[in-house]
Design a protein around this ligand. Structure first.
Ligand code: AMP
Length: 366
């Protein structure tokens, strides 16, 4: 198949790296010249809001997908006239707006933080009073990696939060969830309706950016794993979803509270490339191409997988590769503070190897 991808960053690159061995060809749409995926297929360099390039991009494509959720829905609509675009536009619309997204989860009967739409400073004061402190004010749209959100810890923070998030932008307030840990469930549904679910990932963030993901998340009861699968399954079915869907969760008092979803392959799942029988990237390609899904189980020799993001700079490559069971992925991006430039995956056969090697890696990376 000839597959188009909106966005040619590291996710597009890893999608193509897994799809090329299956015989697929790729074309990318990204305004940034020499993006990480550009070496793996043709790239057209138009802005995402420039629909004049639609027929040029879609020419001879069998299917189109995207690697980020802020793709304008107008572009997806225009492309859909030429060929199928997956995941479906409803998933894109919901995931672009924190209010719609939370309403979807609560409609399906799932738990989220308490939330309310905020249009005025007065409404903000009323809701802070209702929810109690601390709480979080977020922009409804375009927030990622902790951007577009402000913690309100004291009454005095209310004005500061309001002014920081530019009054005029649609906002949402959320109660603070005093979670024990953050988890994610990565699921996949194909055009044939077949579904598959990875074991839960345990995620650690710093400054709102994902740092590490461990899979399978330690000490997860079969009931909790099943609860996460059922959450994902209901969302997949409601949206008639095709492709990989990631849902970020808080574990709070042993229960799952949904934070948000991403209608795409997800950073917490990068370790599936080596850690699982079939990676999230290959399963996304299989799903949109209508092929049978691959197994989401850990690879036969892998007990635990840990993924470490490389943020801001590239550590000494020889020291990283000198560690047993370690795999390096560099994205071809020049280092810059706060920028994800690559990741390292550690696949361990046993607990001792995991503890020893992950502590060596932590010293080299952070
Ligand atoms: P988000 O952009 O919504 O994924 O938020 C980034 C990070 O902020 C999350 O991974 C959490 O660590 C934290 N966070 C976001 N919303 C909440 C909340 N309602 N309660 C507690 N922590 C939160």
């Amino acid at each position: 198949m000839k597959i188009g991808i909106l966005g040619a960053g590291q996710l597009g690159r890893m999608l193509a790296l897994s799809g090329i061995p299956l015989g697929h060809d790729f074309r990318f749409w990204d305004p940034v010249k020499d993006s990480p995926a550009s070496a793996l297929g043709g790239q057209i360099e138009y802005e995402f809001n420039d629909v004049s390039a639609v027929s040029d991009f879609a020419r001879e494509l069998d299917v189109i997908t995207y690697e980020f959720e802020n793709v304008p829905t107008a572009l997806v609509e225009a492309l859909s006239v030429h060929c199928p675009v997956y995941p479906p536009i409803e998933a894109l619309r919901d995931s672009q707006d924190r209010l719609l997204e939370k309403q979807l989860f609560t409609d399906l009967g799932h738990s989220t933080a308490r939330f309310a739409n905020i249009e005025t400073l007065h409404e903000l004061k009323v809701q802070v009073n209702e929810f109690g402190l601390p709480c979080i004010l977020k922009t409804r749209r375009m927030g990622y990696d902790g951007k577009g959100q402000v913690f309100i810890k004291t009454e005095a923070d209310i004005h500061m939060a309001w002014n920081m998030l530019q009054p005029g932008l649609p906002l949402i307030i959320e109660s603070f969830v005093a979670f024990e840990r953050e988890l994610s469930i990565i699921s996949v549904r194909s055009t044939t309706g077949e579904t598959a679910f990875y074991p839960l990932f345990q995620n650690t963030h710093k400054g709102g950016i994902l740092r590490t993901s461990i899979s399978p998340a330690p000490d997860i009861s079969p009931q909790l794993q099943q609860e996460a699968i059922e959450i994902a399954r209901t969302v997949l079915e409601r949206l008639n979803y095709v492709g990989v869907l990631a849902i970020e969760l808080f574990e709070h008092n042993g229960e799952l509270v949904i934070n948000e979803m991403a209608p795409r392959v997800h950073n917490s799942g990068h370790g599936t490339i080596e850690g699982n029988v079939c990676s999230q990237f290959e399963n996304h390609i299989r799903a949109i191409a209508g092929l049978p899904l691959g197994s989401t189980s850990p690879a036969s020799t892998v007990n635990t997988t840990a993924m470490f993001n490389l943020i801001g700079d590239i550590p000494n490559i020889a020291s990283i590769l000198g560690l047993p069971g370690v795999h390096l992925h560099l994205y071809g991006k020049s280092p810059r503070p706060g920028r994800k430039v690559g990741h390292v995956t550690l696949c361990s056969e046993n607990v001792t190897h995991f503890h020893d090697t992950s502590s060596s890696l932590s010293k080299l990376i952070h």
